[in-house]
Ligand binder design. Sequence first.
Ligand code: HEM
Length: 429
Amino acid sequence: MMLTEVLLLLILVGLLVNLFSSKNPKGLPPGPREYPVIGSAAIQHLEDARRYRQQYGDIFRTKMGALRIVYLCTPKLIREAFSKPELADRPSKEAFHWMTEGRETGVIMTNGQRWQNARRFLLRNLRDLGMGKSRLDSAIQTEALALVQDFKKHQGVQDKFPNSLNVAVLNIIWQLVANRRYEVDDEEISEFLKLLSSSQEDVAAVFFLPEIFPILKHLPEFLKRRLMAKDKMDAMMKAAKNFMQKFVTSHRENLDPDNPKDLIDEYLVEMDKHTDMAAYFSEEDLMKNIVDLFGAGFDTTSKTLRWLMLYVAAHPEVQTKVQDEIDSVVERGTLPCNTDRPKLPYLEATIHEVLRCCPIAPLGVFHSAATDTELGGYTIPKDAVSVLGRPSLGTNSSFSLQPSSRPSPLPLLLVGKLTSPQERFPSVI
Ligand code: HEM
């Protein structure tokens, strides 16, 4: 059979299966019209999500092929969803586990005991190694100084944000994970950055298609390779594994169990102690946990820094106030540190304002319903994917470069500090 005939046949079978098998439960949130197989109009840009929110309300649904998606758009709904264990799962999709040929590993997209173990381990050890504490001050100050030096080289030149910004963020995570730092022009770190960005782009694009149209999973192997860029994914998987394996092996060789110096050491020590948990406390999980930490912590933090700079450049009055506050708290010739934080409420409010109105992780990370679950007066059906749309989905709260379309007033900044925990960006780790 020719390629087109195979595809047409598969689409026809898919149409029939979908037509006779899909039933929407009662009480489904409202959303755009749905068609068999293809689902409804997809959300491609934040603008689409904002439009749907205006049309259907704070909780609405779409369907991408077989994937039912429910969007939650207020902090109240998001908090309510977080409080329900039935909505705490992650969707069980092979595509998320591209590094391990579909096997669940790591922390972000896992469930059950594997997730509990990884999350508990990471929370405890990241805190002990200094995340959010003074212990990490000197590593952050080193990166800040390197960043200022590099920015000076770009002074007066109109250009993209320099790569040093990414390297600074990576170095701080790398410090926690593997106790090492890189210079801005280091080739190894450039390769790693390329790997991180290509994994995010490629996984999001073609590799996820069979989860939306499951019938594609039954295509012959040669077709899957061509259509779903499998060769590229395999090469990426190999590169990611080789990169991580190198670090794990050298840590194993130099391990002093009485003196663990970073997250990899801590993991190896615990892993050796808990051989009863070998099924989910393994070197493979360790490598995926590291990739997950970079996946979760790198892009979000470097994007936050870029938006923050753009934001204060667009609001010089905010920039001046932030600078004045820092000057009044941090002595000339010294660098800010973690203990200064409580004395910098305006800076803190500015960061939260940026998280609120700039599109940083705007749709959160997918959750999935373990059973039909009531939320906000609607039913979220079992296996539906819930997207914790940020408040920035609001029509009048998003940052714009056009002064006329900027949100006004800037709620947190008018008060000058956070006045209640509710104003905090609902972060997780
Ligand atoms: C501005 C910076 C950051 C933002 C905006 C951000 C945002 C988020 C969001 C929205 C989630 C998903 C929550 C959920 O749906 O359950 C998440 C999860 C996570 N974040 Fe962050 N994050 C940031 C920085 C970091 C950093 C620096 C790290 C660590 C190095 C990190 C590690 C994680 C991990 C491991 C998870 C998964 C937790 C789990 O599934 O149990 N994040 N983050």
